[in-house]
Structure formats: structure tokens, C-alpha cells
Design a protein around this ligand. Structure first.
Ligand SMILES: [Fe+2]
Length: 287
């Protein structure tokens, strides 16, 4: 199985694993994630402010300690056990060729006011200074094996991701470039992308795709979306930025409720980044 996963990932740029989580677990994760989402709307744990934009489609850091302050301990352990699940990590290990390192949790949900088709993109375009810079980044990435994994696990039926298989191995064709970048991104929400594949997921199914390939989401008010996304990097290649900046892991006893196996997965994450994390403001106020 491991060989099949890796081959599909390398050749096609995406992978679907049906039923990675069983139905009962999906229901528990759905209730838990919706509870965190509802808290986030009232108060984003990172900013301390409400997140009441009806056009929002995602929230980061579901595992922020503040979302578990007055909740049963099993809320926290349920989420962390899912991130460190044996099958999930086995899949990551097969793709990365080494032990994955935790990076981030994200919840994707449908907007409630304005619906729209997503914009076709490669994630490389957001970090690039120019089109030439992006081309150089992509050409470098084509030479290397996977550096990171985004695993989306549907908690309700979802067909909101589209991908162009094998586009992670090459630059845009002229047609693709016209849709993705031309005229200052004016055509990027086109429904005419050649070779686009919609990825349907049932609750508990996991989809992973190489974000250097062409992809987009769909954000329709009338299409319920509740998808958890777990992100991992290679343990040998940690990357400090907004996603790995999670100083609440330094709160005393933060990992104590976890079982030994799950705790052992998060300890290398803390070790990799603790030197970069600044003390939380709330702790400074308490001093
Ligand atoms: Fe993306």
C-alpha cells in the first residue's frame, strides 16, 4: 500500500484515501470542530477579537489552547489524537520518506453571505516576488521530492477541491497560464481549466495534493463544507512562520493530557520551534 500511495503522489500530485477516519470519529471531530469554529467567531484565540466576517472560509490553529480552557479534556485529546493518528502519520511517512513533523491545523467551511468559485493557483505564487521568481521556485521544486503535506479530511460530503493531475511536475501550458495569471489574474476563476479534476470526498475520506500543482477550492453558500486540514513537513526540514508559530505549546502542562504516543509526536514539534516562539502576551500580563 505504501508503494502505491507514494507512486500515485509522485506521478499524479494528489492522493485520495477513503475512510481514513471511521464514521463515529468523524461525528466526534465534526462536533468538536464546530464548537471551536463557534468560539472563533466570538473570539479568535490569536487576536482576541471576533471573527464575524460572513465571507470567511477557513480558520487556523484549531489546536490553540484557549479553545479548550473550559471544555472537557477529551476535546483536546480527540483533536490531537487525530493529528497524530497512526494511519495519517503512516501515509505522511510513505509520501515524505521520513517521519512527518506537525505544522498546522485548519478548518475549511462554506461562507454564509457571498458564494464564489475559487481562483486557480499554485501556492508558489503567494511567496514569489515576481513571475520569474515563481518560475525559478517551481523549477527548483520539480527537482526535489515533497517538502510538505496538506491533508484534507472531509467531515461532511465535499467536492470542493479541484486539481490538475500531473501539473506539479511542469510549468503552465499557455492555456493554463492565461487562466491562472494573465491580465492581472482576471480569468483565474474560470471554469474552463483543461484537465481539471474535481475530488469528491465522503465523510472520513482524506485528500492530499501537492500545492505546487494547479488547484482551487469552491466557496458556495449553499454547499455545506466542513473539512479539517492537517499540515506536516519533513522532520529534517522544519520551517518557522505563521503556521508553526504556536507558543501556547509552552504553557505548563500543555501536553500532559495526551497519551504517550500522541505526546511523542508533538514533542519534536516543540523542540524544533520553541527557540523561535515569543512568550504569549497573556503570560506576560500575568507576571
Ligand atoms: Fe492553495
Amino acid at each position: 500500500m505504501v508503494g502505491v500511495w507514494r507512486e500515485q503522489w509522485e506521478q499524479e500530485g494528489y492522493l485520495v484515501v477513503p475512510g481514513i477516519f471511521e464514521p463515529e470519529r468523524v461525528q466526534r471531530l465534526l462536533a468538536l470542530s464546530d464548537d471551536i469554529h463557534a468560539q472563533w467567531i466570538k473570539r479568535d484565540a490569536q487576536t482576541g477579537k471576533p471573527s464575524d466576517n460572513p465571507d470567511a472560509t477557513s480558520m487556523r490553529h484549531l489546536n490553540h489552547a484557549d479553545y479548550f480552557l473550559d471544555r472537557p479534556e477529551k476535546h483536546f485529546t480527540e483533536l490531537m489524537d487525530a493529528v497524530a493518528d497512526e494511519l495519517v502519520l503512516g501515509l505522511c511517512r510513505a509520501i515524505l520518506g521520513e517521519m512527518p513533523l506537525f505544522r498546522c491545523t485548519t478548518y475549511w467551511f462554506n461562507p454564509t453571505k457571498t458564494g464564489q468559485d475559487g481562483n486557480w493557483h499554485r501556492d508558489t505564487q503567494f511567496a514569489a516576488k515576481s513571475e520569474d521568481d515563481e518560475r525559478a521556485k517551481l523549477e527548483k521544486a520539480f527537482q526535489e521530492s515533497a517538502g510538505g503535506i496538506q491533508m484534507q479530511i472531509a467531515l461532511v460530503p465535499s467536492a470542493d477541491v479541484e486539481y490538475v493531475p500531473r501539473s506539479h511536475l511542469r510549468l503552465d501550458t499557455p492555456e493554463e497560464h492565461h487562466i491562472r495569471r494573465a491580465d492581472n489574474f482576471a480569468h483565474s476563476r474560470s471554469n474552463e481549466m483543461p484537465g481539471a479534476l474535481r475530488i469528491p470526498l465522503q465523510p472520513g475520506d482524506a485528500a492530499i495534493f501537492n500545492a505546487n500543482g494547479l488547484h482551487r477550492g469552491r466557496y458556495h453558500t449553499d454547499k455545506l463544507r466542513r473539512t479539517l486540514m492537517f499540515t506536516y513537513t519533513k522532520t529534517s526540514a522544519p520551517f518557522f512562520d505563521y503556521f508553526s508559530d504556536q507558543p501556547w505549546f509552552l504553557r505548563p502542562g500543555h501536553l500532559a493530557p495526551l497519551n504517550a504516543r500522541t505526546r511523542a509526536f508533538f514533542e519534536p514539534f516543540v523542540a524544533a520551534y520553541r527557540g523561535k516562539w515569543k512568550p504569549e502576551v497573556r503570560e506576560m500580563q500575568a507576571v
